[in-house]
Design a binder for this molecule. Structure first.
Ligand SMILES: [Fe+2]
Length: 389
């Protein structure tokens, strides 16, 4: 049947998925005279995506300007700078070319341009989001789901708080998932971003807001990642592996959009807010197995449905919680994830700082976990994650 290209409507987004799907940009651009392109520092060029986007821009006669300086774990100040560039240029729409960080910067900047104020007003929830500038998101990783969801994350640098905006107004108008751009994704990014999608599945399926719909999506996400991530790690140019990993991240994005994440993402946001060198997926993978041990005890049937793809001998029984955590650790080792929080300066001494920020800024995420998350549990997950394997 080949690797089919298709279109999917979700939320306010039209997703164009598959090899060649970037062509959808041509008709989208025809609505505008002036657009602003927001890109990451290297993937946009290396993947060939930015060249293709510029080709469509020139062909459609649209005036445009490019900013290609988005960095990982972006700050509120970066968003404000990008918003000012877009506003000064007088752009009617924005095209993001990059991974989650780039798409999120473009989302929040589009809000700032359209609704006024500064990024931190929206991140701190002191100002309501209004209808943002139209955004096309050309997605260059298979992890975030930002091309199809209503979330955007950035860090308020003064307080190190990494927080999200959730609003119907920031769904991209067009999301492009073209797996041809993924074959140049470096091995570590391949692993980090797929593990991000993996934890979107784990958390959306176990959150208090989960549903039969999101649990089905989550099962498919884990099935696909367990099957195709090892292939992409050993052969990054395998287009079929990239196609299915990208599809898995799309499904995981829809799952979190409906059922959110909870304790693993909450804790990870604290850590990468404190230490921006820590990639989101790496932080999740470092914390994940310890957290899964507690989650499996609480909702063994739900997680068994997902994790049996990693270990077919698992039983849907709280007694298998240690075995479930071990299965996830083994899978992460198999795809060559070997980092530790210790590599980023996290030690047992910092546990009070981590616990205090977690409850100060992310209590709403913790409340969605399927168990009562008190300080003691956060403390144990953090301390249990300070190991090397
Ligand atoms: Fe995530």
């Amino acid at each position: 049947m080949g690797l089919a290209s298709f279109k999917l409507r979700y939320g306010r987004t039209l997703v164009s998925f598959g090899p060649g799907s970037v062509e959808s940009l041509a008709s989208w651009l025809s609505r505008f005279k002036r657009v602003y392109v927001v890109a990451g520092r290297s993937a946009a060029r290396v993947s060939g995506a930015l060249d293709d986007v510029e080709k469509y821009l020139r062909a459609s006669g649209v005036e445009y300007e490019v900013f290609s300086g988005v960095f990982p774990n972006p700050t509120a100040s970066l968003v404000d700078s990008v918003a000012e560039l877009i506003w000064r240029y007088g752009a009617e729409a924005v095209v993001a070319v990059g991974g989650g960080s780039t798409i999120d910067v473009a989302k929040i900047a589009s809000v700032v341009v359209s609704c006024g104020g500064r990024a931190r007003d929206y991140l701190s929830r002191s100002r309501d989001v209004c209808d943002a500038l139209p955004l096309a998101a050309v997605n260059l990783t298979h992890g975030t789901g930002s091309e199809v969801d209503r979330y955007a994350v950035a860090t308020i640098e003064e307080t190190h708080e990494k927080v999200s905006i959730a609003s119907e107004y920031i769904y991209p108008s067009l999301g492009i998932d073209d797996p041809r751009y993924l074959v140049t994704l470096p091995r570590v990014q391949t692993v980090y971003t797929s593990l991000d999608a993996f934890y979107h599945a784990i958390e959306s399926s176990t959150s208090k807001a989960s549903s039969p719909f999101t649990r089905s999506l989550a099962e498919e996400v884990v099935r696909l990642i367990s099957r195709w991530l090892p292939v992409a790690v050993s052969n990054p140019a395998d287009l079929e592996a990239r196609y299915w990993l990208l599809y898995a991240s799309l499904l995981a994005g829809i799952a979190v959009d409906n059922s959110r994440t909870h304790m693993i993402h909450a804790l990870e946001h604290v850590l990468s807010g404190l230490e921006p060198r820590l990639a989101h997926g790496a932080g999740l993978a470092a914390l994940g197995p310890s957290a899964i041990e507690f989650l499996y005890r609480e909702v063994p049937e739900v997680l068994h449905r997902l994790l049996r793809y990693l270990d077919p001998s698992l039983r849907p029984d709280p007694e298998d919680s240690g075995k479930a955590a071990a299965a996830v650790r083994r899978f992460q080792a198999e795809v060559e994830f070997s980092e530790s929080l210790l590599d980023y300066g996290f030690t047992a001494d910092r546990v009070d700082e981590v616990v205090s920020i977690t409850f100060k800024s992310l209590g709403y995420l913790l409340s969605l976990a399927p168990l009562e998350v008190g300080e003691d549990l956060v403390r144990r997950i953090y301390l249990n994650s300070l190991r090397r394997y």
